[in-house]
Design a protein around this ligand. Structure first.
Ligand code: ZN
Length: 132
């Protein structure tokens, strides 16, 4: 089962919590045991799993990524968004989550985020659910 969703981001850099979207997709699939892949086909956004209880965690991640790849750093890429490309590569474009008993095997504090680094724009998110 493969589903495609559109997620609209509202700022240049923004982490959008898509955990409920992933949970809902897995529930609809009827798969009790397997894996779920969450993937974005973009070069300036990514997918990560981290704490979604305290928003300061996301703020710290965003700030540290900005330190590592400042928006106004010296880059060769003419489009002017190299920082977003670098941040997207650091985060990665997909995550794989184990499904056990029909539920995502996430820790209590973990959430799945779409990480926007060059918004605002519309992003496609693919969720593939595989039984096994
Ligand atoms: Zn670019």
């Amino acid at each position: 089962m493969l589903k495609k969703f559109e997620v609209s981001t509202t700022r240049r850099v923004e982490f959008v919590d898509i955990t409920s979207l992933v949970r809902q997709t897995v529930a609809e699939s009827g798969v009790l045991d397997g894996i779920c892949v969450v993937y974005v086909p973009h070069t300036t956004c990514g997918i990560t799993i981290n704490e979604h209880a305290d928003p300061d965690v996301v703020a710290d991640i965003v700030n540290k990524l900005e330190e590592l790849a400042p928006r106004n750093g010296r880059y060769a890429h003419i489009e002017g968004n190299s920082d977003a490309h670098i941040k997207a590569s650091l985060v990665g474009s997909s995550q794989t989550i184990i499904i056990q008993g029909g539920k995502l095997l996430l820790g209590i504090w973990q959430g799945v985020f779409l990480c926007e680094f060059d918004g605002p724009r519309k992003r496609n998110v693919f969720i593939k659910v595989i039984a096994g």
